[in-house]
Write a protein that binds this ligand. Structure first.
Ligand code: MG
Length: 477
């Protein structure tokens, strides 16, 4: 059953609140109606990679990929080592980030199809509230640059989900395949093998998209948006299509990395991060902008050298072992965030709640929001409120973590490999002592398992799954 208050009512309510706030005497002379910045409104930038592994950055231990800009960003900010995504594949992970909710609630996950495809008829339901939809009534300019993958039909596009502006490929860069032979096409990828569209707002402006220059162009678009909106608060969601296979890179970075083409791609993304932070500094916005860097899911391990690495974490994309869902995450906000290493838990869903709170927007109360406010950790005021994490594969709960302990009810290896195995009693790992999930300690700890099972029961009892959006297909004429 859907929540009582739909998105339109929420936005109406937010708009009314905004009008009241903007009345004379209630604000510092600028605000939502004028689109200028009120004193305390920070900007937000989320840089979201595709299939980047936990171990793929210099500052997360990669021995040969050089990421000086991200390393510096991490040194100036916070490096989160227990930061999760809401699902281990693209579509549900993105839905979780933008709505602050487990994808099972919005119907953006499925046991029938794992992500949306070019023949999909579904997308992010209209009654979901996205970060930009909540920020826009607060006077924020909003842009989505890059991969969308929450529905490519007009009603589902970013411009219908709270974003003023969209520039990017609306789904994965390996879709619309029209050429090349089998997997060989990936080892020497050519632009013409994947007929993916590049869109500006609702229009296709290039097809196939020239993927060699896509990372560079996304960065340029991001910098342009920042400069253009420097006098008003903004939310920028930059979702790179790479390093998802097929790998493409611009000439400047080709054959430069010690890690081959995959390293070239990550090093180009790193360079782009450097340009974005530089633009923020030059525009005088660094001290007022919260920047997050992370990835949508773990590395696609079956693509050999073209897939990334989860470092010491087990498995990768598509599964509920840590390598599938724990991401290399950096928070940056000079002179605001307390720099350091954070081993507390956090999740992309928490960005929803954290950002809305920092912006002075109301966190919706008419529905279950899974996100929690991470600002105590950011500002050094206290521990993370996140103590529990649920791991779904498709629409099924496979595992749960509470504190350092993680119990697996079901396991299945990474995307494209192996069968599901049910565990009774569940497998139990201490992720502090055993981050690689190698040593099952279930036998010695029945009371810990019982406690986690109670959390699971409480969670499932109240769960109302949304209608499956991923199974819907466009009817053939
Ligand atoms: Mg992905």
């Amino acid at each position: 059953m859907r929540s009582i208050m739909d998105r339109r009512n929420f936005l109406k309510a937010m708009g009314a609140g905004t009008l009241a706030l903007a009345a004379p005497g209630c604000m510092d002379g600028a605000g939502p109606l004028t689109g200028r910045r009120t004193r305390k409104q920070p900007n937000f930038v989320i840089i979201f990679c595709d299939d980047l592994g936990y171990g793929d950055l210099g500052c997360f231990g990669h021995p040969t990929i050089r990421t000086p800009n991200l390393d510096k960003m991490a040194a100036e900010g916070q490096r989160w080592t227990n930061f999760y995504v809401g699902a281990s594949v693209c579509t549900p992970s993105r839905a979780a980030l933008l709505t602050g909710r487990l994808p099972i609630r919005s119907g953006m996950c499925s046991d029938r199809r794992r992500v949306l495809f070019p023949d999909s008829a579904g997308g992010l339901p209209q009654d979901e509230i996205t970060i930009p939809e909540a920020l826009r009534p607060q006077g924020y300019a909003t842009a989505c640059i890059g991969k969308w993958h929450l529905g490519h039909l007009p009603q589902y596009l970013p411009t219908n989900n709270g974003f003023d502006y969209y520039f990017g490929i609306p789904y994965s860069n390996d879709m619309d395949r029209v050429g090349g032979e089998g997997r060989n096409a990936f080892w020497k990828p050519k632009i013409e093998y994947w007929n993916v569209p590049l869109m500006r707002n609702e229009h296709i402006i290039e097809r196939p998209a020239n993927q060699n220059t896509i990372t560079k162009r996304y960065t340029e678009e991001a910098v342009r948006f920042i400069i253009k909106n420097r006098h008003r608060p903004f939310f920028l969601y930059l979702a790179h299509n790479l390093p998802h296979v097929p790998l493409f890179v611009s000439d400047k970075f080709r054959d430069k990395s010690l890690r081959g083409l995959y390293g070239d791609v990550v090093e180009e993304i790193d360079s782009g991060v450097g340009l974005i932070l530089k633009a923020l500094r030059r525009a005088g916005l660094a001290d007022n902008t919260f920047v997050v860097f992370t990835s949508d899911n773990g590395p696609w391990l079956t693509f050999n050298e073209h897939g990334g690495s989860a470092g010491l974490l087990r498995e990768g994309k598509g599964c509920t072992f840590e390598g599938g869902m724990r991401e290399p995450t950096i928070f940056w906000w000079p002179r605001k965030i307390k720099p350091g290493l954070v081993s507390d838990m956090g999740a992309t869903m928490d960005l929803f709640t954290t950002i809305l709170t920092l912006a002075g927007a109301e966190v919706p109360s008419d529905r279950v929001i899974d996100g929690l406010d991470l600002s105590p950790v950011m500002f050094g005021a206290g521990p993370s409120p996140r103590e529990v994490m649920f791991y779904y594969r498709g629409a099924q709960l496979y595992a749960a973590r509470k504190g350092p302990y993680k119990a697996h009810l079901i396991t299945k290896p990474a995307y494209g490999k192996g069968k599901a195995v049910h565990h009774d009693p569940p497998l139990l790992y201490h992720l502090g002592h055993d981050p690689s999930e190698k040593h099952d300690i279930s036998e010695q700890n029945p009371e810990i398992i019982a406690d986690i099972l109670q959390e699971i029961v409480r969670h499932l009892e109240k769960l109302e799954p949304g209608e499956d959006q991923l199974a819907k297909r466009i009817k053939k004429a």
